[in-house]
Design a protein around this ligand. Sequence first.
Ligand code: ABU
Length: 379
Amino acid sequence: MTESSQKTVVSSWNEWDPLKHVIVGRADGTQIQSPEPAVQLDFPDQGYPLGTSGPLPEEMEEKADELLDNFAAILKKRGIRVDRPTPLDFSQAINTPDWSQGNMFGCMPPRDVLLTVGNEILEAPMSFRSRWFEYLCYRPLLEQYYKEDTHFRWETAPKPRLIEQTYKKDFWEKWNTSSEEEQWRITENSDWIITETEPLFDAADVARFGKDLFVQKSMVTNDAGIEWLRRHYPDHRVHRVTYREMLPWHIDATLIPLRPGLVLVNPERYPLNKAHNELFKKNDWELVEAPKSVRKEKMPLCTCSLWLNMNCLVIDPKTICVEALETPMMELLYKYGFEVIPVPLFEVSPFGGGLHCATADVYREGVLEDYFPNQLERF
Ligand code: ABU
């Protein structure tokens, strides 16, 4: 059967079951967002100092789209059905009754917006005003899946107000004038920009391990958001996790499940709760530390870290996509018996991430399983 003749099935319980259908993002029209409370973008050497906004340069966008098309072609060649979002005009200003925002962001990282758990795809709230309408890029696909798979549960989390009270007043001023010691103190208390006024989370702060979901509290995910997920998935165990990382956003360069019993961890971002590693060990999981990236410098206009070398896409428990120049990561994975598919994607990073970020699962063949039968109390 060719990938395009596959029947539409929405189902994915974890990050490693055989991938059959996926969404790959697009770089088209991505913007440096105009000022908003959730984020501070300051690229003075690249033409976008603090307070300025506008499109990423055309030649960067062309290259990123070429790489994303190539990634989609690699997946299709493996028999995986690939769909693509429909970009909006991200340069347009947007309004809700509560606020106005000068422009939007883009639709390169579907992983940030769409959370697939079983036969459900959930549209995440998002805490950036510039990303409030990003779900619209995926609506044509979700509408299609809804018609074609009668078991598909299409869900959206409560749309947040993102009003003044959603954000801590003067957070950035305090952060920018704090000593490094003080910044680590803020980090260890997870005292980030967003308040607990309303539930907020990005889908990319969730790592899926069957019955267990690890959800990171971060710059874009608050405790109210984690509690919302806990109530929304009553048959799952939702673990709130934090790591020693300044200004964290998204768990997928920190904790990457590779297959049952094997998880890739970031050696610099250790968990702040010791129950985290205890739970893995109590259930015979091996935690393997990621090597550093071969890159010494990030791409211009990039808000992601160099740890995107960890941001791999698992195709099945024996096969994995890794960024094409990241040979130390490939060598590590060879040692664990993986077939590695090298995929060039570094130039896509300014558009919102790496291989995992650039995708969202629609269908992985597999069922809900319990990989952590030995639980800890209060975690
Ligand atoms: N969206 C993944 C970004 C994580 C990181 O920059 O480390």
